[in-house]
Design a protein around this ligand. Structure first.
Ligand SMILES: NC(=O)c1ccc[n+]([C@@H]2O[C@H](COP(=O)([O-])OP(=O)(O)OC[C@H]3O[C@@H](n4cnc5c(N)ncnc54)[C@H](OP(=O)(O)O)[C@@H]3O)[C@@H](O)[C@H]2O)c1
Length: 227
């Protein structure tokens, strides 16, 4: 059974990924709060990925790093601390985990790492300066590590548009806004967590063995299509 390390399996896209994988994989989850259920294949460690020590794991075949931020402010209201904290949780947390478990990934026969960017890197959007900068870092990390770790470890990123999770609750705050965000997408809907989780499962598994260094726009067309 492949062993997948999920950072952030308690909520959102990580939770949806955990739900899809748990019956057929050994899963270790790191998050500050616990997932809502227990399972024989699941081990949870309550920890903060930026501060706490990581447990030793014998094997790791895949890592999916889900912590992120949505900190939308006009440029004149973004502090240096905003830029730094977005960089910390989006980039440095992932760096910490990958560095720590690199020896285990190298022992796997088909290791895979999945990171998260956002459509706001490719599509210039107002008020996204600090998150776009941080996620551009994630994309750079994805490309660099895909090259550095080839041919063994594959590294890919998913760049989702708005996804209905706790993180986006402040954006999706009433029906009028929800309708207008749906309408703005060429496919007329934003994402639910399963949309991203199915892609993550594919990228973590051996069926995607020929993909590395990709940043996949999961965008309902908003970046890719002009109507
Ligand atoms: N939702 C969107 O609209 C959207 C759009 C574009 C990109 N993205 C990206 O997609 C990824 C997943 O987003 P999501 O919406 O699923 O996020 P989410 O609902 O906030 O879930 C994030 C997960 O990460 C965990 N986490 C956060 N900070 C942590 C920390 N310091 N230490 C350990 N665990 C931590 C959370 O668990 P605890 O709180 O229990 O620790 C939670 O399980 C993120 O990188 C996000 O930037 C999301």
């Amino acid at each position: 059974m492949r062993h997948i390390l999920i950072i952030g399996g308690s909520k959102g896209i990580g939770k949806a990924t955990l739900n899809l994988m748990i019956s057929s994989h050994k899963v270790t989850n790191f998050s500050r709060t616990a997932p809502a259920f227990t399972h024989a294949n699941l081990t949870h460690h309550g920890l903060d990925v930026l501060e706490d020590q990581f447990p030793s794991l014998d094997t790791v075949d895949g890592i999916i790093y889900c912590p992120g931020s949505i900190n939308l402010k006009p440029m004149n209201r973004l502090s240096m601390e905003d830029f730094k904290s977005d960089f910390d949780i989006n980039v440095l947390g992932a760096v910490r985990v990958i560095q720590h478990y690199l020896p285990q990934l190298k022992q796997s026969s088909s290791p895979s790492v999945v990171l998260f960017s956002t459509v706001a890197v490719k599509l210039g959007m107002p008020f996204h300066a600090s998150i776009a900068v941080a996620k551009a870092g994630v994309e750079g990390l994805t490309k660099t590590l895909a090259a550095e770790f080839a041919p063994l470890i594959r590294v890919n990123a998913i760049a989702p548009t708005v996804t209905n999770t706790d993180l986006a609750a402040g954006i999706l705050r009433n029906d009028r806004i929800i309708e207008s965000i749906n309408e703005r997408h060429p496919l007329k809907h934003f994402l639910n967590p399963d949309d991203a989780a199915h892609l993550a499962v594919y990228l973590l598994g051996e069926q995607s063995r020929s993909m590395t260094g990709q940043v996949i726009q999961l965008d309902s067309g908003i970046v890719s299509v002009k109507l």
